[in-house]
Design a protein around this ligand. Structure first.
Ligand code: AMP
Length: 287
């Protein structure tokens, strides 16, 4: 496995692979990798001849009061995981390699970025779209892999790729969970033992939502009210939103249908966690 810190190194390797007619998969990450990230690498290795992972804590997707400085990092461990999962090239740039001092060109997306996480993170998706655009230009992959855990991000990237005519297949991968149901996340490391125990309330609320859908519920308000009531059972949990939105446009729906998204952001003892399910997908299970 090669590690590249510069765009030039990446592009030289990509050119050599393309000259040999090899297909390339790209898995963008912010590092502090876990089995959720690894599932993206596995999907890419299965589908493409060569897999590139990026490990880059993208400063421009963090708001001024967010956790950029504290975001967990462990590049050595990341490389062990990436190598074990068959990644061929890791792109690990410094922020200055990605953003010149006078950088001022952004890719912004309207409508889809205004709901759910976009309400409290107004510049987040602009930062995401900009860095993914840069990575798509640098790596020029055949396929790019994202987790369903960040469902709004996945919908936004699909729309950006369609709207701006990027020639890449966007592949969504299912949420990987801990055995008790908590969605794996680099930010879970912020949780104290008590908060970690409390955090299972998110997946309990997801499961309740799925049970209600299975029982025939189609009214968004009734569904999300029931999920909020479940979250309220946990005193450490402070919901930011629980919403049902159209699966493509991310706009609120009154009555939901298969393919729509039911998503939540919840602060547990101050740590912001997200979870979701897509209506019609298999129900989650946990111990
Ligand atoms: P991050 O490093 O948090 O930016 O995540 C990088 C990619 O990994 C994103 O596409 C995430 O959606 C995906 N990812 C993170 N956690 C999980 C998980 N538990 N299951 C599936 N994909 C995940």
């Amino acid at each position: 496995m090669k590690v590249a810190n510069t765009i030039e190194e990446v592009q030289a390797q990509i050119a050599a692979w393309k000259a040999d007619g090899l297909t390339i998969g790209l898995c963008p990450t912010m590092g502090y990798l876990h089995e959720g990230h690894a599932s993206l690498m596995d999907a890419s290795v299965r589908r493409c001849d060569r897999t590139v992972a990026s490990v880059f804590v993208n400063p421009i997707q963090f708001g001024p009061t967010e956790d950029l400085a504290d975001y967990p990092r462990d590049f050595e461990h990341d490389c062990e995981l990436l190598e074990a999962h068959g990644v061929d090239l890791v792109f690990h740039p410094e922020p200055s390699e990605m953003y010149a001092d006078d950088f001022c060109t952004y890719v912004d997306i309207d409508v889809l970025s205004k709901t759910l996480c976009g309400k409290t993170r107004p510049i987040h998706f602009r930062g995401v779209c900009t860095v993914i655009t840069k990575l798509l230009h640098i790596v020029d992959p055949d396929c790019i892999f994202f987790g369903q855990k960040d469902a709004q991000q996945l919908a936004i990237i699909r729309r950006m790729v369609r709207d701006l005519n990027f020639r890449v297949d966007v592949i969504g991968c299912p949420i990987v969970r801990e055995s008790d149901g908590l969605a794996k996340s680099s930010r879970n490391t912020y949780l104290s033992p008590d908060a970690r125990r409390a955090a299972v309330i998110l997946s309990r609320a997801v499961r309740l939502g799925q049970d209600l859908v299975e029982a025939g519920e189609t009214d968004s308000r009734r569904l999300t009210d029931a999920m909020k009531a479940k979250l309220a059972e946990e005193p450490m949990a402070d919901p930011e939103y629980v919403e049902a939105v159209d699966g493509l446009s991310m706009q609120p729906v009154e009555t939901f249908k298969p393919g729509d998204l039911v998503a939540m952001a919840v602060r547990v003892d101050g740590t912001r966690l997200i979870d979701n399910f897509t209506v019609g997908d298999p129900k989650i299970s946990f111990e």
